[in-house]
Each structure stands twice: as structure tokens, then as C-alpha cells.
Ligand binder design. Sequence first.
Ligand code: BG6
Ligand code: MG
Length: 216
Amino acid sequence: MKKINACLFDLDGVLVDTAIYHYKAWRRLANELGFDFTEKDNEKLKGISRIQSLKLILEWGKIEKTPEELQELSQKKNDWYLQMITHMQPSELLPGSREFLQELKNRGIKIALGSASKNAIIILDKTNIRHFFDAIVDGNMVQTSKPDPEVFLIGAKLLNVPPQQCVVIEDAIAGIEAALTANMKVIGIGDKVTLKKANLVVAGLSEMTFEQLNSL
Ligand code: BG6
Ligand code: MG
């Protein structure tokens, strides 16, 4: 019997390289406000919601804003981000993404998206991969963002697969914690040291084999 029956994918930084667009847009905002932050700081923004990211960035810059100003600033960042993703093409899928999704489909593994992004559907459409997903859970559907496991638990429920038979693929520390709390296996995409809590870490999906996934 197969151990893994479902695969839940994070989007930004796993299937597409939008993590860099998020970073560019947040950095532009910080620079406008008179400070900067590093790529290392940016790791802490991966996987968490737009508003939580903004609050963290403002803490780094020691800046306080009213709730109304927070809304305006997060809107401004999202407008810049949308300007970048609106030109996305299927060629911007990270290497191996489409092939890995196709292999899972061929093997009868159910596939869900578990993303904190409220822009996820736009990206799936621009890159032409929406049809691979049996369930899509995005930032519009959750109350609490990663590291809370909600996004993945909703995904497993929609797929009708117990968490123990699910594997999550993530590039963010917050997402890895969310998957482990959900009682799922997790594969980290990125740096082995940064993502050390994952059951397995690979540099990208092009390096992943189905056998590795099934042997977790
Ligand atoms: C996550 C990203 O996927 O989505 C975060 O890793 C981002 O960096 C979050 O803040 C929310 O995205 P959006 O598109 O709703 O602003
Ligand atoms: Mg991500």
C-alpha cells in the first residue's frame, strides 16, 4: 500500500519564483520609509501573511503606524507586487515544477495548494498549472497563517486524505513548522541549514524523485 496519498504544495518559492518579487516589493516599501533589510531578514517573511509581514518589517524599522496606515501600506506593496506578477509566464515555473506535478497526477496522488497568498489563483493561471490541483487553499480561506497548520489541515480535509498520508512541500520555516504541527511529512526546498526541521531538504523540485517522497 502507498504511504503517501496526497501532496500539498506551497506556491511562492516552491513552484514559482515569486519569493523574489515579494522581497523586491517589501524592500521598496522599507526603502521609501527610510530603512533597509537583508535577504536573511527576508527568510522570516516567507510563508507568513501580508499584514504580518508588514508588521514585522515596521518593527525592524522601529516605525509605528495606525491600522489605517497599515492597510494603505500593505495595499501599496501589493500593487507593486501585482505589477510584477501580472507579466508572469509559464516559463517562470521553477525547474521541475510542472514535471513533478504531472508525475504525481500520473501516479494517482492527490494534489492541493496550501498557500498564504491571496494572489495564488492569479499565479496558477498565469503559469498554467491550475488544472493540476484537486483542492486550492489560499490566503483568502484561512483565519490564521503559517506556522499555524490550518492551511494544510483544510487542504487534507478537502482532499479527504488523513494528515499522516500527506506530504507538504515548503520553502519557508513557518510552513515547515505548520506541516509538522499538522502531523504531516515535509520536504524543504532550499538551504539544508535554514530548513533543518524538514524531513528532507532538496535544492529544488527538479532534484526530487517520487521514490524519495514515498520513502519519508
Ligand atoms: C506567502 C509568501 O506565500 O504569501 C509570503 O511566502 C507572502 O512572502 C504571503 O507575504 C502572502 O502573499 P500575498 O500575495 O497575499 O501578499
Ligand atoms: Mg513559500
